[in-house]
Design a binder for this molecule. Sequence first.
Ligand SMILES: *Cc1c(COP(=O)(O)O)cnc(C)c1O
Length: 396
Amino acid sequence: MATDFEWTRQQFTALPDVIYLDGNSLGLLPKQAAARVARTVTDEWGTMAISGWNRAGWMAAPRQLGDRIGRLIGAEPDHVVVGDTLSIKVYQALAAATRMTDRKVILSDTGNFPSDLYMAEGLISLLDGYELRTVAPDQVAQALTPDVGILMLTEVDYRTGRRHDMAALTQAAQTNGTITVWDLAHSAGATDVNVSAVDADFAVGCTYKFLNAGPGAPAFIYVNPRHADTAHPALSGWLGHKAPFAFDQAYAAGDGIDRMRVGTPPVIQNAALDAALDVWDQVDMADVRAASMALSDHFIAEVEARTNQLTLASPRDAAQRGSQVSFHFAEGYAAMQAVIARGVVGDFRAPDIMRFGITPLYITADDLTRAAEIIADVIEHDLWDRPEYQIRNAVT
Ligand SMILES: *Cc1c(COP(=O)(O)O)cnc(C)c1O
């Protein structure tokens, strides 16, 4: 399958007069999603009510959607399920991993997304003798000492876009007898990640970033087939039970990935995810990765040709980047507000990162050239230096 990016671009609702470089945070609306959601609400909920669980397939959807995401992350069929939010899936995977080793050190890195670290802290606060150890991202391999039971990493750094060598680290972890939990928040739909090839134990991710399933869309979890029937689901909700509708008093985990389900699926959000995946079904991730690397290189070159005041925060080597480009700039917050006011939407991450998501499904090289012109104009002419650009919104 060769990806037709002209076609994919037509599948999204562009914002008028905006170059949208924030698809790494919240993807654009797939055109079909509005109608799909409306159909779920009106034709399914509105006409079927409770019978929609069977007749409209609401109950089966988390597994079917999981398999379609599974193709994009290199998972074996029947080993991915969607539900809950990413923070919860991080907790679940981590809790399951604690049951698979006697060692009590969880290793992560200081570049990890705070919620992942917070969830680990919360989990170990309920357990005896556990330690969450964080090291600089480039120190992870050396920190795989014999006491490390679990390695919990996010493949692509949310701030800089630096990409861990997932294959090498998973291999090193395995050699060390360490269970791996990979967060693919900035990888799914962004890189050519392959969980089965690298033999990850667990992987989790969200669907509202590069996968374009909309605000509040569910997360996903992958469990390696060798653990699928033994992993301890920890969040032992009724829909992960072997026989939810037997209403037994005692919990018994379901077969395979079904045990990672927790409670009632978000049916309306799942409808949006279904429409988003209709676009992804037509896409080859290798093509997306190649386009992402070329577009990112192009963007860096276009920005650097016009200003030397921005310092590249992302790796210069495309192979070591995810699908975003970040720059350090001391007045990054105000500068990003000024850039947004001129129609280029990126975002800011403390303390000084201006972050731009590269989404080949709907962004072109011409868009990135134009964005670079606007960014350089703001920086070179201090257009950010106005009081209104200093006001901080709740969501940056
Ligand atoms: C976006 C992101 C999250 C967000 O988790 P939610 O529960 O969906 O809010 C968590 N971890 C990482 C690494 C992320 O990039």
